[in-house]
Design a protein around this ligand. Structure first.
Ligand code: HSE
Length: 296
């Protein structure tokens, strides 16, 4: 059985809506082997489909179809640690697991570019799927069924603290909140900040990250679906985070903090508890520069 490790991702990074995303060190693990029929074993408490409706299974089958190889079935072992429906790329992780698993079983007929394109077509958001596959920070433009992308490794002393509310928000619900049109000056506001984010995180100019994560395309519209998120984002900034933004379609807040700020998480925990948000989870992570990895 092959075993793969798939990272969580955080998309948008404030201003880079649908264009920027990065991989972080929270992982799902998937084992896969050819099998006559469908056998899916869940190695955690989550209620996942154990039949043909399983997203990893369906995506893997697509690879066999695309490559013109007869599909017998699969045995899949799934250990999921990435929180679901929280803006941390859990569905992208399933799609990438299916694609990489099947491609590995078939001795890699599909290239990295093929996998980047296919995953974006299946899942819809290359700002999650591409960093999940490639790791690091990925800039992606999805144009005419093709993703034009650049992956860069992030090597600073930064931690990413996911502040995860005790409720879920579906991506389609969060997208339905977005306006059809925005003023020209708001487009300029965002594109300048998205460019600033990439340049600043890659060169260590972290003092720019607060301004770079401001946005006028999605966060303010989505906040209405996310009780307490705005106030907690401000609390994280008050505690010294470089920046705080809504991760993907939310509701998770991602705070970027200096690795030396060892007390950040405990301080934030105390404040959340005082505010009655005891059920919100905190997950302190690093950048994952490797992406989806085949384990020996
Ligand atoms: N960029 C997408 C969005 C990510 O914000 O809707 C969805 O995971």
């Amino acid at each position: 059985m092959i075993k793969i490790r798939i990272p969580a991702t955080s998309a948008n990074l404030g201003a880079g809506f649908d264009a920027l995303g990065l991989a972080v060190s929270c992982y799902n693990y998937v084992g896969m082997q050819e099998y006559d029929g469908v056998k899916i074993l869940s190695k955690d408490e989550r209620n996942i489909p154990l039949d043909e409706n399983n997203l990893i299974y369906q995506t893997a089958k697509k690879v066999y179809d695309i490559c013109g190889v007869k599909f017998r079935g699969l045995m899949i072992e799934q250990e999921s640690n990435i929180p679901m429906t929280r803006g941390l790329g859990s569905s992208s992780a399933c799609v990438i697991a299916g694609l990489v698993g099947a491609n590995t079983l078939l001795k890699n007929p599909l290239t990295h570019d093929d996998l980047v394109n296919l995953s974006a077509k299946i899942e819809g958001h290359p700002d999650n799927t591409a960093p999940c596959l490639l790791g690091g920070i990925v800039t992606a433009v999805f144009d005419d069924d093709e993703v034009h992308w650049v992956k860069q490794e992030v090597c600073g002393h930064l931690d990413f603290v996911a502040i995860i509310p005790d409720y879920t928000v579906k991506t389609e619900t969060a997208r339905a909140r977005l306006p059809e049109q925005i003023p020209h000056k708001d487009a300029v506001f965002n594109l300048s900040r998205a460019a600033l984010f990439s340049a600043s995180i890659l060169t260590g100019k972290y003092e720019n990250l607060k301004v770079a994560t401001e946005d006028r395309l999605h966060q303010s519209f989505r906040l209405k679906l996310m009780p307490n998120v705005e106030q907690v984002m401000q609390t994280a900034l008050d505690l010294g985070a470089y920046a705080s933004y809504i991760s993907g379609a939310g509701p998770t807040i991602m705070s970027i903090v200096d690795a030396k700020k060892v007390d950040f998480t405990t301080e934030l925990r105390k404040i959340l508890d005082k505010q009655g948000l005891e059920k919100w989870q905190l997950l302190r992570m690093n950048i994952d520069n490797h992406g989806t990895t085949l384990l020996k």
